[in-house]
Write a protein that binds this ligand. Structure first.
Ligand code: FES
Length: 70
């Protein structure tokens, strides 16, 4: 299984990374401010951080590099 989208904004990690790269952005805070991804339910935040750090658009789940879900 893999996580590939911010469901609340209906935005794929592929589109998020493309948007971020075009602007030289590498932080979740900037993605949240610019696209809204992460500012609703927030569950996608660690996945977007992982995508930004690694360049992957399909974050595996379960992923040993991410914190456990609350
Ligand atoms: S899934 Fe991204 S804010 Fe809810």
């Amino acid at each position: 299984m893999a996580v590939t989208h911010c469901l609340c904004e209906r935005t794929s990690f592929e589109d998020i990374l493309k948007w971020a790269r075009e602007r030289g952005i590498d932080s979740q805070d900037a993605v949240q401010s610019g696209l809204g991804c992460g500012k609703h339910c927030g569950i996608c935040v660690p996945f977007i951080e992982y995508a930004l750090a690694t360049g992957t658009t399909r974050v595996p789940w379960p992923c040993p590099d991410l914190p456990e879900a609350p």
